[in-house]
Design a protein around this ligand. Structure first.
Ligand code: FPP
Ligand code: MG
Ligand code: MG
Length: 349
C-alpha cells in the first residue's frame, strides 16, 4: 500500500530527479578560485536549497506535455528527459543569481532563513558570485540542450528573455514615479517581469525541447505566467501579515522600502485619501503608519487574495486546455501542477 501511495504522489515520482538536480548543481558551481566557489555554492549546500519550486514545476510540466514516443529529431526518451533536467538546473541557477543580486540591491541581511550572501561575504563578492552563476547557466544551456533541430537556440533565447525581464522588473521597481506607484497595471507588469517571467519562459522552453506545437508552448507559458503572478500576490500579502521568523526574511519590508503592492493599491480604491500618502512616498515613517492603518480598515488583503486565486485558476485552466491524454503519468503530472496552484495560494511562508 505504501508503494501504491508513492506511485500516485507525483512529487514522489520526481523526488529522485529533484535531488539529482541538487547534486549536479553543487558540483557545477565550482570556480577556479576557492573563495568564489564558496560564495557561488552558498545557496546550493544541503539544507540551503529552499523550496526548489522551479525544478519541481519544470519536471512536472515536462511529464505533462512530453510525447510518448521517441522522436527521431528530438531524441530518445532518455535524452529528452536529460535535457529537461538540464533546463531545470539552468533555471534554478538563474533564480539563485537573481536572489543573490536582489539581496545586494535591497541591502538584505537574511535569505531562506539564513544570513544573505552579501551579509556573509560582502556585496562585492556577492555580485561576482551571481555573475559567475549566470555564466554557468548559459554555458550549460549551450552545451547540454543541443539537438538536431537547433532547439537550443530557441531555448537560450527564452532564457535570455527571462534574465532581461528580471532586470527590467527590478529596474521598474527601483525607478518609479509617483503616478506609476499608484498604478495597478504598472505593478502587475513589474510583478510579471520580476517573478513570473523566469518560470513562464522556462515552461515554454520545456515545450520547445519536447518539440511541441506552438499552441502547447503557449499553454505552458500561460501556466508559468499565472502561477508566478499568483505567487507574487501571495508574497506581497505575506509581507504585511507574516513575521520575520515565519518568512525567513524581513516582514513589512516592502512598504519600508517605499514599494507599493497590491494590498495597498486595493486599499487606495476604497480610501482615495491614501493616494496622497502613496504619491508622497514612505520616507516619512508616519506615512507608513497611516498607510498600514488604512490597509487594516480596508479589504486590500482580501481582494489581493481573490486576485491571486483568479490567477491560480487561470494557471489551472491552461493545464486543462492541453491536448487530451490517456497516459496515466501525464494525467498525474497535470493534476500535480494544478494542485500546486492550490497549495501556493494557501501558503503562509
Ligand atoms: C526578489 O524581489 C527579486 C527577484 C526575484 C528578481 C531580482 C532581479 C534582479 C536582481 C536582476 C538581475 C538578475 C539576474 C538573473 C542577473 P523582492 O526583493 O521583492 O523579494 P524578496 O523578499 O525575496 O527579497
Ligand atoms: Mg529583496
Ligand atoms: Mg528586491
Amino acid at each position: 500500500e505504501q508503494m501504491a501511495k508513492e506511485l500516485l504522489d507525483p512529487l514522489a515520482l520526481i523526488k529522485d530527479e529533484v535531488s539529482e538536480i541538487s547534486n549536479r548543481l553543487r558540483s557545477m558551481v565550482v570556480a577556479e578560485v576557492p573563495e568564489l566557489t564558496l560564495a557561488a555554492g552558498y545557496f546550493f549546500r544541503a539544507g540551503a536549497e529552499g523550496k526548489r519550486t522551479c525544478p519541481t514545476v519544470l519536471l512536472l510540466m515536462a511529464s505533462s506535455i512530453s510525447m510518448d514516443m521517441a522522436d527521431p529529431i528530438v531524441g530518445s526518451k532518455n535524452e529528452i528527459r536529460e535535457r529537461y533536467m538540464r533546463l531545470a538546473e539552468i533555471t534554478e541557477l538563474i533564480h539563485v543569481t537573481s536572489l543573490i543580486h536582489d539581496d545586494v540591491l535591497d541591502d538584505a541581511n537574511t535569505r531562506r532563513g539564513m544570513d544573505s550572501l552579501n551579509c556573509v561575504m560582502g556585496k562585492k563578492l556577492a555580485v561576482l558570485a551571481g555573475d559567475f552563476l549566470l555564466s554557468k547557466a548559459f554555458s550549460t544551456a549551450a552545451v547540454s540542450l543541443d539537438n538536431a533541430e537547433g532547439h537550443n537556440i530557441k531555448v537560450i533565447l527564452l532564457l535570455a528573455t527571462a534574465v532581461n525581464n528580471l532586470v527590467t522588473g527590478e529596474f521598474m521597481q527601483m525607478r518609479i514615479t509617483p503616478i506609476q506607484r499608484c498604478s495597478m497595471d504598472y505593478y502587475l507588469q513589474k510583478s510579471y517581469y520580476k517573478t513570473a517571467a523566469l518560470i513562464s519562459n522556462s515552461c515554454k522552453a520545456v515545450a520547445v525541447l519536447a518539440g511541441q506545437t506552438a499552441e502547447v508552448a503557449t499553454l505552458a507559458y500561460q501556466y508559468g505566467k499565472h502561477l508566478g503572478i499568483a505567487y507574487q500576490l501571495i508574497d506581497d500579502i505575506l509581507d504585511f501579515t507574516g513575521t520575520s521568523a515565519s518568512l525567513g526574511k524581513g516582514s513589512l519590508s516592502d512598504i519600508h522600502q517605499g514599494i507599493v503592492t497590491a494590498p495597498i493599491l486595493f486599499a487606495m480604491e476604497e480610501y482615495p485619501q491614501l493616494r496622497v500618502i502613496v504619491e508622497q512616498g514612505f520616507d516619512d515613517p508616519s506615512n507608513v503608519d497611516a498607510a498600514l492603518a488604512y490597509l487594516a480598515r480596508s479589504k486590500g488583503i482580501e481582494r489581493t487574495r481573490l486576485l491571486a486565486a483568479e490567477h491560480a485558476k487561470l494557471a489551472a485552466d491552461a493545464i486543462d486546455a492541453l491536448p487530451e491524454s490517456k497516459d496515466g503519468s501525464v494525467l498525474i503530472s497535470r493534476q500535480a501542477l494544478k494542485d500546486l496552484t492550490e497549495k501556493l495560494i494557501k501558503r503562509t511562508k
